[in-house]
Design a protein around this ligand. Structure first.
Ligand code: RM4
Ligand code: MN
Ligand code: MN
Length: 396
């Protein structure tokens, strides 16, 4: 790799940060059951500790996403404890995720529930989550809804849309000036006939109705298989409506596999569109990169580190695309040249430059190997094995 490209890799790594999810360290499973890992985190403290390890070894994960129900058992009152954990483990609270799907009252939906008293409970929980975010100085409140229906004719879809609009507007009114409401979409699961926010268009419309601080969140696993995700990304960028990502990979549905494990070129194409936008417009895209994956069988911390390494690799590969040449090739309809510019960048081995960057930051050249040698896994396995030997009931 020539030195100009190596410089581009360095510059890209300087600005690339990715948030890791607390629930990625917990025992999770499939709808058929859970396989317990002896080293998995069960308390919020353990999740912070594990996230701190990932950040210490990679240097690029300074924040951890929290799910209110799983990580803030005392609601707003949990924030004192969380602040303590954040300073102890040197990783800050990141996006706050209200949980509008696990309580029994949400059996028939949250914001879309025909029962107003349930919609109000969901609204109050979201307002509490906004307050939690405020106290933790978290910018983003990430809204994912399990709302939907399983059989044709069973839900008034139009009416539910209106209820969503009302509640989202009410949430938006509660935001502090710097905060954002991120609206995530998902085409199916857990509902199998309709989902209230099924795609990016619905998320976009609802965000616009909610207010200017609402943006769309793209979870890479939340699309039909042949969907062109990077096109969605470019459209949202051009509308200034792309707020964040939940990165993961999948082969079939919302598989939540480690990033780039199935289709690294897909992630590269997404990064390419973002960086191309920045190059062309001179604006920097204000996007929260977050990981949303759950590892049933892979070691939790190793899987997270693996994803972070992969994300850095794919981001830097995109960062070395020759954009002036690409713009010219596109203008001239020079198809092979244009496509080759992407393919050449993707085929470039960026790892030596990434190693140099890590070296320059005093970080281990190979974070996975460093983790293996650290003894951390052996220690937590001993400490946590007994508690993990009996099943845990909450999802994460
Ligand atoms: C959903 C969605 C949300 C995540 C939950 C746990 O499928 O991806 O972002 O918070 O899972
Ligand atoms: Mn998600
Ligand atoms: Mn998901």
């Amino acid at each position: 790799m020539d030195s100009t490209k190596a410089d581009s890799v360095f510059r890209a790594l300087e600005k690339f940060r990715v948030e890791i999810p607390s629930w990625g360290f917990a025992n999770t499973g499939t709808r058929f059951g859970k396989f317990i890992q002896p080293a998995a985190a069960t308390t919020t403290e353990e999740k912070f500790s594990d996230a701190g390890q990932v950040h210490q070894l990679t240097g690029v994960c300074p924040t951890v996403a929290l799910h209110v129900q799983w990580d803030c058992p005392d609601g707003i009152n949990s924030t004192t404890e969380i602040r303590k954990l954040a300073s102890q483990y040197r990783v800050q609270p990141g996006s706050i995720n209200p949980n509008l799907f696990q309580d029994q009252c949400y059996k028939y939906g949250s914001f879309g529930n025909p029962d107003k008293s349930i919609r109000d409970i969901a609204l109050q929980h979201t307002k509490d989550s906004i307050e939690i975010a405020r106290r933790l100085q978290s910018r983003d409140i990430s809204m994912w809804f399990a709302d939907g229906s399983n059989y044709p004719g069973t839900a008034n879809i139009r009416q539910r849309k209106q209820w969503f609009e009302e509640n989202l507007k009410a949430c938006h009114a509660d935001l502090s000036p710097g905060q954002r409401l991120l609206v995530e979409y998902k085409p199916f699961e857990p509902a199998f006939y309709h989902t209230d926010i099924a795609d990016w268009g619905m998320a976009l419309l609802l965000s616009r109705v909610a207010g200017p601080q609402a943006k769309v969140l793209v979870d890479t696993g939340h699309h039909y298989l042949s969907q062109n995700i990077e096109q969605i990304v470019t459209w949202l960028l051009s509308e200034d409506m792309l707020g964040g990502f939940h990165f993961n990979d999948r082969r079939y549905a919302d598989d939540d596999l480690t990033l780039g494990s199935i289709d690294p070129y897909q992630v590269f194409r997404i990064f390419h569109e973002i960086l191309y936008f920045e190059w062309e417009t001179g604006k920097s895209a204000d996007i929260a990169y977050m990981i949303d994956q759950s590892h049933n069988l892979k070691g939790k911390i190793e899987a997270m580190i693996q994803t972070v390494i992969m994300a850095q690799m794919l981001f830097t590969k995109a960062a070395i695309i020759d954009y002036p040449a690409l713009a010219l090739a596109q203008q001239n309809c020079d198809l092979v040249r244009a496509e080759s510019l992407l393919q050449d960048a993707f085929a470039t081995d960026v790892r030596p430059a990434i190693h140099d960057w890590r070296n320059s930051k005093g970080l281990p050249k190979d974070p996975l190997a460093a983790f293996g040698e650290s003894g951390y896994l052996e220690r937590i396995t001993k400490e946590r094995a007994a508690r993990n030997s009996h099943n845990v009931s909450s999802y994460a």
